[in-house]
Design a protein. Structure first.
Lengths: 265, 232
């Protein structure tokens, strides 16, 4: 996965990676298509947000769909329920969710906490792909999922959690007792790319979030080899109060600005 | 036992509606608690808090201190609760990311969670994320909440269609967490799970329902400890 880092070197037109790390780099992509252009078939991709419109990198997702690459592994949270239920979307808009990669046949696997809504009428794109044997669905408790992502970004290979003990998610996992309570070992989860969403970036890549749009975005930014962020506004350094920086520029590789007045939330 | 329940006659009296279940569950929420309400009947508890009770609501998507929802059409997608609805911005509200939100849950900082259930066993095991026949389900925050909240209240309908029992000896559906449920509020009964003494205690019945009526619709054996009150 680390080889993917080399791909971003070509973006900067600097051949030597040591030099690349030492010089200021332009992280701003000209378009959503350009920002995702080097994502290859077979890549693993974290998609930020919680599950509704807020905090979801919707334009990056649409660009990835248009890119057409396949055999993707998606890592999300509440993953594909908005289109059929309206979850987390304003009433007047047609919801867009991670199910798009299963409708298009691009994704063959998803790791997430909430892949399907309560109802099967109509069937969501993920459940349909799963029923047809076209996609593997790996269902992880939400707190375990986010902590696995956090751990990956923080250099922790695995951790013990009480969540899931005695349930199907504990099967085959190491158990250990601490102070009389049983915990199970969960491993860090990384990815080749993270597509995330923030309200504002400075040109260095420091990010500011708004409201409940943080969710999985900050942790995913730390856990993937390449992090691409979709923002509503780009400002000069200093344009974000340093007390309000939610993701450090270190974690951010590419920034794409949404069009002013974009009708999608 | 669930088969015999299936052959029961008519109910002896009306069952409580969803709002009444939520109202009864809300009575057990203590002023000042940090509370996470699941989707469905549990979410309705917020509409029926007793006078003078104020709760600090947590939603796992990263919000603490929300109250009422925005008017239809006025919601902000960047101000969402975990049910995908849009609360109003109110003073004292806090936003945070999912790492912190689940540290809050796993760390035992949530006083009470009210959740729905597919099955609850005699000793408080909970199944609420997948119907085996469907083969796919959604865990979301349910396993973290059930395993780690200080108190777990289940608010649900007592039976599924055909009078099949949801309160059973052993859960046959995939588990959410073991021995986690403290009480169950249904459309016919309020039941306490006494894990230390391995008992399910019937505390209240809906108006017009007897102990035997409730037991006949419950696979797990119920006991009585003191008076059985009437749900109100």
């Amino acid at each position: 996965m680390r080889t993917k880092i080399q791909q971003s070197v070509s973006d900067t037109n600097v051949k030597d990676r040591t030099i690349w790390l030492a010089v200021p780099i332009n992280k701003i992509s000209n378009s959503f298509a350009q920002a995702v252009a080097d994502i290859p078939s077979g890549a693993s991709i974290m998609i930020g947000g919680f599950g509704g419109a807020g905090g979801q990198p919707t334009r990056l997702m649409l660009a990835l769909r248009d890119l057409g690459v396949g055999d993707l592994t998606i890592i999300g949270n509440v993953a594909g329920i908005s289109k059929t239920t309206g979850y987390g979307w304003p009433d007047h808009l047609d919801p867009i969710d991670q199910g798009m990669f299963f409708e298009s046949g691009q994704a063959t696997k998803i790791t997430c906490s909430f892949p399907v809504p309560g109802t099967t009428n109509p069937l969501s794109d993920i459940e349909k792909a799963w029923r047809e044997g076209k996609a593997e669905v790996d269902i992880v408790p939400q707190g375990t999922l986010i902590e696995r992502i956090r751990a990956a970004g923080a250099g922790i290979p695995a951790f013990y959690t009480p969540t899931g003990v005695g349930t199907p998610v504990a099967e085959g996992k190491e158990h250990r007792d601490f102070d009389g309570r049983t915990f199970l070992l969960e491993e860090a989860l990384t990815a080749d790319f993270a597509l995330i969403r923030a309200q504002k970036a400075d040109t260095r890549g420091n990010l500011q979030y708004i409201g409940t749009s943080r969710a999985f975005n900050p942790a995913m930014a730390t856990a993937a080899a390449i992090t691409i962020v979709e923002v509503d506004e780009i400002v000069e350094p200093g344009g974000i109060d340093p007390e309000r920086i939610g993701t450090l520029s270190t974690y951010v590789d590419r920034i794409v600005l949404r069009e002013t007045g974009d009708p999608l939330p | 036992m669930s088969n015999s329940a299936n052959s029961l006659g008519n109910d002896p009296a009306p069952r409580l509606d969803r709002a009444a279940i939520a109202k009864r569950a809300a009575r057990d929420l203590i002023d000042g608690s940090t509370v996470n309400l699941g989707i469905g009947i549990p979410a309705l508890c917020a509409d029926f808090l007793p006078d003078g009770v104020e709760l600090l609501y947590h939603a796992e998507n990263g919000i603490l201190g929300f109250k009422e929802l925005s008017a239809p059409g006025e919601g902000d997608p960047n101000l969402m609760d975990a049910g995908g609805k849009f609360p109003k911005l109110v003073p004292g509200m806090a936003f945070f990311d999912s790492v912190e939100s689940f540290a809050l849950i796993r760390g035992g900082h949530i006083d009470v969670t009210v959740l729905g259930a597919l099955q609850v066993s005699r000793n408080g095991d909970l199944s609420n994320w997948m119907i085996p026949k469907r083969g796919i389900g959604s865990i979301g925050g349910a396993m973290d909440l059930a395993a780690n909240a200080k108190k777990v209240i289940i608010a649900m309908e007592h039976n599924v269609k055909g009078n099949l029992a949801k309160i059973v000896n052993e859960c046959t559906f995939p588990l959410t967490a073991r021995t986690c449920v403290n009480e169950i509020i249904t459309d016919i009964a309020a039941i306490e799970i006494d894990q230390e003494n391995d008992r399910m205690i019937l505390r209240e019945t809906a108006p017009g329902w007897s102990f035997d009526d409730v037991q006949a619709r419950t696979e797990a054996r119920l006991t009585i400890d003191g008076d059985v009150g009437q749900m109100a």
